[in-house]
Design a protein around this ligand. Structure first.
Ligand code: FAD
Length: 394
């Protein structure tokens, strides 16, 4: 029988909510996930599965990713269900001398921050994959980067949470939240009322709607991305490959590409799945909550892939899909308690890094809930109040 009172209620059954439920349940607290659809029915099933440090700003951002990579490695041993974890590293490829110069700087900065990055040359690329275009100059390798299947990772985390006693309620939409005189949260849902001492808003691009239920403004916007799925054919490569221009596309810099590539924010991302279907991405657009695939964008992505892998022009694709990245202005997620509402936490806004950062987010929220004085990563850069002085959360 379902219980209706918990120490912690997590809103959202994507990768972030599932990781939180796992670490909170492992700490011995009673926890429930409230998910309006099925598990992994949001962005976490419409994405790639790269666990990357290669594309993170050196410093806090890359250190946070490194911690998450270490936790994912640990989870691959600790969780009962496998999730296609592989850790082959990843590479960024450069198509101009200018990019090679920028890549060298990128590697130097990452090495200074203690990360295992190195420059690779044209020969290394040829050894990496015979499918690369001949004119590519080289690139950057990050040795620690890994890959997962995001659906399976989420299910494995939920299964792990359930082993520690967590309850998962799907088809349970949260429609309102109030705090009562005794300090408990009363959560209205399509399955009736659930009460909890603490609430975590892990609703991804929908986190602002949950925020509005308690009167707070959460500055997250949906940033649409398209992916192409190729059929299982020849093995094109064993690890994640991105073009160096992806960094510029992600952080909003100037690239030398045609107007459509620029307009749709297209940059090559190649991901080999364990079954050797490969995923080709991706685009970045602000078009509200529209999730219909746009064939104009898909064509530009395909063209970009063929620029780096000319022989892909003869390969078959199966389908395309889109997802909505929960974007924040400074590209860092919001992982914090809200001061005006003690016991109310936000864990959302991971943009294109939610799979990479789920483990460290889950661990950090569990530590914040347990009021630990030392946390796995510093909390200051992830606080809500960096966007508005009004927040003033703890
Ligand atoms: C094309 C693309 C490629 C990507 N590639 C990568 C990658 O390689 N590596 C990486 O790290 N990240 C990647 N990402 C980003 C990653 O997918 C997201 O950051 C991550 O999935 C966000 O997870 P989440 O749990 O916050 O959100 P979601 O998975 O969207 O989960 C939120 C959940 O909240 C539920 N919900 C909403 N409102 C309510 C309500 N009122 N009541 C109950 N439940 C509610 C939703 O149904 C949903 O299931 C990519 C994203 C895209 C779009």
């Amino acid at each position: 029988m379902n219980r209706s009172h918990f120490e912690v209620a997590v809103i959202g059954g994507g990768i972030i909510g599932s990781a939180i439920a796992y670490f909170v349940a492992k700490d011995g607290l009673s926890v429930t996930i409230l998910e309006r659809g099925d598990l992994v029915s949001g962005t976490s099933s419409r994405c790639d599965g790269n666990i990357l440090a290669i594309d993170k700003d050196p410093g806090f951002d890359s250190q946070m990713s490194l911690k998450s990579q270490q936790l994912v490695h640990q989870l691959s041993k600790e969780l009962r269900l496998p999730f296609e974890y592989r850790a082959p590293g990843s590479i960024l490829v450069c198509e101009s001398e200018e990019e090679m110069v920028a890549a060298e700087k990128w590697v130097r900065r990452q090495n200074e921050a203690g990360l295992a990055f190195r420059i690779i040359d044209r020969q290394d690329l040829k050894q990496e994959s015979p499918f690369f275009a001949d004119d590519l100059l080289g690139g950057v390798e990050c040795a620690t980067d890994s890959l997962v299947n995001p659906y399976m990772f989420t299910f494995a985390l939920c299964d792990g949470a359930q082993q520690y006693g967590a309850q998962i309620l799907t088809k349970t939409e949260v429609t309102g939240i109030k705090k009562d005189a005794e300090g408990f949260f009363r959560i209205d849902s399509t399955r009736g009322e659930i009460t909890a001492k603490k609430v975590v808003n892990a609703a991804g691009v929908w986190a602002p709607r949950i925020g509005a239920m308690v009167g707070i403004d959460i500055p997250i916007r949906p940033r649409k991305g398209h992916l192409i799925v190729a059929s299982r054919q020849v093995p094109v490569g064993q690890r994640n490959v991105m073009e160096f221009g992806y960094l510029l596309s992600k952080f909003g810099g100037q690239r030398k590409v045609d107007p459509d590539t620029e307009k749709y924010g297209v940059a090559l991302v190649f991901e080999p799945t364990e079954s050797q279907n490969f995923l080709i991405g991706s685009s970045r657009q602000f078009v509200g909550f529209h999730t219909k695939a746009d064939m104009n964008v898909v064509r530009v992505i395909a063209r970009r892939a063929i620029r780096f892998y000319p022989k892909m022009a003869d390969m078959n694709v199966i389908r395309t899909y889109t997802g909505l990245r929960p974007w924040t202005e400074d590209h860092l997620p919001i992982v914090s308690q809200v001061a005006e509402i003690p016991g109310f936490y936000i864990a959302a806004g991971h943009e294109g890094d939610g799979i990479s950062l789920a483990a460290v987010t889950g661990k950090l929220i569990a530590e914040l809930i347990a009021e630990k004085s030392e946390t796995i990563i510093p909390t200051e850069p992830l606080r809500l109040h960096r966007f508005s002085k009004k927040g003033g959360e703890t």
